[in-house]
Design a binder for this molecule. Sequence first.
Ligand SMILES: *Cc1c(COP(=O)(O)O)cnc(C)c1O
Length: 447
Amino acid sequence: MTVGTIPYCDPQGCVSKGCTPTTCVGTGVASNHTLFERSTKVIPGGVNSSIRAFKAVGGEPYVVARGEGAYIEDVEGKRYIDLVQSYGAVILGHAHPAITAALRSVAGDGTSFGAPTPREMKLAEAISERVPSCERVRLMNSGTEATSTAVRLARGATGRKRVITFNGNFHGATDALLAAGGSGVATLGLPGTAGVPEEAVANTIVAPYNVVPEIGDDVACVIVEPVAANMGVIAPAPGFLEGLRAACDRVGALLVFDEVITGFRLGLGGAQAKYDVRPDLTCFGKVIGGGLPIGAVGGRKDIMENLSPLGKVFHAGTLAGNPMATAAGLAALNELTGDVYMELAARARALSALLRDACASAGIVAQFPVVGTLVGAYFGDRIPTNFDEAKQTDEKMYAKFFHAMLAESVAMAPGAYEALFVGLGHDDQVMSRLAESASRAAQRAMR
Ligand SMILES: *Cc1c(COP(=O)(O)O)cnc(C)c1O
């Protein structure tokens, strides 16, 4: 029996436990290699997000068949403890019963309408209640859409063009925010990728992280990751976020927090609650979709009301406020109480400690800084405070450790500048297995 060219799995002929109708390659045996290779023939590089490729660490990605709690299983049936957790989007653990039940219960009611629905209102309310700076919330489909909308909104609301970003912060694949920073002093950005014309970043200024830059009165907004979680994990220096707030206020620029990772990950109120600095606009994604595609911009009522249809700044999206994504997001937020974040922070500290011990006993010099529930991994003798310092750490050692961990059935992100994510699935039993795997992996990495 076939659907298109993908044969259905034949339970008699198939020796792979991980094989399903969607992963079967028709040989009776699904393997990571055959599936990935087949993907490369139709998907550029075999991946739909370039970060998933193993380019930075070498080798070929495992192809995931399913996940449960802290574990993922590849198409060959091999299980890994997962520290990627969809780059932080999954916080309850894979296939959490609350999310699965929510999706099942709403799927039969239709999945997209092109008209308002009750759950998008409820999710916007849930965000606004937990993050008081978000007096109004607009939902969309990705973190990238959130940052590009926030920048357009800031420019539209202020009538100014300039945007200040920070070197090593990541705001998704948005042209204006894909500028490369020069090292040291703040520079006018050059395009950080082919396909972005100079004109698109001509008004983007890239400043070093953790130093309050000069902000001119032509600046529409300063956009910042309030805890940097895309160059490892770097905490804001004392006074940095407060300094940005004050400097923006002096010239009437808007302060935009990109909390796509930190929102509902660091705690209920995100980084803005932890550091007690109130931004004008906040970008969300990842956790608020419970593992489904989502993004959101929230902020001050007077600024948000510049968005169409009330104001002149256009925003629209066919799938924005999607019934499935909002159902999953609500189910996720519903589980996330203050106690859960205390528990996650304890697990983050435990992860850092077990990695530190594993590396120390193997003679590997490494740092595993913890900020709330986030853990970074750097191979070097000090904890970086900005991108230049992060780049001085040993990426080759990261790749070695990454592959050693993978061989010991632990999945980390295939790049040296990603955070490690723990969630509700990482219970005591998982943590003690992790400790054993990490110590074997550290020995293995030194062989
Ligand atoms: C992941 C991320 C984005 C982009 O979100 P997508 O949903 O992948 O488009 C933006 N900003 C930060 C801080 C992120 O971590």
